[in-house]
Design a protein around this ligand. Structure first.
Ligand SMILES: [Zn+2]
Length: 289
């Protein structure tokens, strides 16, 4: 769906450019009088200025949006790959477990979990900054207001599975794990109209029953992470404490009560600063997985 939206936008842009050129060519071809020629070339110039102007407007409005949120602009992500990078194949009937995407490009992936905090300013922030992310949602955290996440979904951000009630799946038997995972598939499909493809097990805890349950519920991968965003600092799993190409970053829908007074947008700004300072762009996980 994301790709289709982007494809349509691109088609529109090309169509607009094509129409502008077509108009100019037509008026030139139709005009036999010399007086029409200056008009045609003027209109051609106008069309040229319009396109460049539109590009400049987009660029400057993005820069203004970053300034508004106290940020320097992030590097632009590359175009999504035509073929998704290969990932470990499922063994023994369960889905693969991944923490990063194999790529040489300086990109990372953002994920936000649970769904407890529902800050309208976060929706505004992400709409203005146009940074892609993936939501791993738990029914118990979102059921009071499913609607909050719809504008985020409409921005193209994926809704994925984080179980019904956020249990430590390792403490549950196979059938209880299946209820938690398949149950949330059904809920998310009913609320958001799309079937999740990815599972994030609460606390990152999983076992072979989780892999099997995920596969039987129609999921394609278990997604863990390489970095975890706190309030101002990022926690790195690797000793070099740096982002690496393809890293998946964990953050949460959390607000001041869980962040010692910091808001979700302040936490997100801190997160984006870490990424910007290390020269990485943010890409959409679902485009690569
Ligand atoms: Zn969680």
């Amino acid at each position: 769906m994301d790709r289709r939206i982007r494809g349509a936008a691109l088609a529109c842009l090309l169509l607009t450019a094509g129409l502008a050129t077509g108009c100019t060519t037509e008026s030139r071809a139709d005009s036999s009088s010399s007086s029409a020629a200056p008009d045609a070339s003027a209109s051609s110039e106008r069309a040229g200025r319009g396109e460049a102007g539109a590009r400049a407007d987009t660029k400057s409005s993005t820069a203004a949006a970053y300034r508004k949120w106290g940020l320097k602009p992030l590097a632009a992500p590359p175009a999504p790959p035509a073929t998704k990078p290969s990932r470990p194949t499922a063994e023994g009937g369960g889905v693969p477990v991944i923490s990063e995407i194999p790529t040489q490009q300086e990109i990372v992936f953002l994920t936000f979990d649970d769904g407890a905090e529902k800050d309208p300013k976060f929706v505004t922030m992400m709409r203005e900054l146009k940074i892609p992310f993936t939501m791993f949602l738990t029914d118990a955290a979102i059921r009071a207001d499913y609607g909050y996440f719809k504008p985020l979904q409409h921005l193209g951000d994926g809704v994925q599975n984080h179980t019904l009630t956020h249990p430590n799946l390792r403490t549950l038997g196979a059938s209880a794990q299946k209820r938690e995972i398949c149950g949330q598939q059904t809920k998310l499909k009913a609320e958001y109209g799309t079937t999740p493809r990815l599972l994030r097990p609460p606390y990152g805890n999983w076992n072979e029953d989780t892999r099997a349950a995920a596969a039987s519920c129609g999921l394609e991968a278990i997604v863990l992470w390489r970095e975890s965003m706190q309030i101002t600092n990022m926690q790195y799993q690797r000793g070099d404490k740096k982002l690496h190409p393809g890293d998946i970053i964990l953050a949460h829908f959390r607000g001041p009560s869980e962040l010692k007074g910091t808001t979700m947008t302040e936490m997100t700004a801190n997160l984006l600063r870490h990424i910007q300072e290390q020269g990485f762009a943010v890409a959409r996980l679902e485009d690569y997985l």
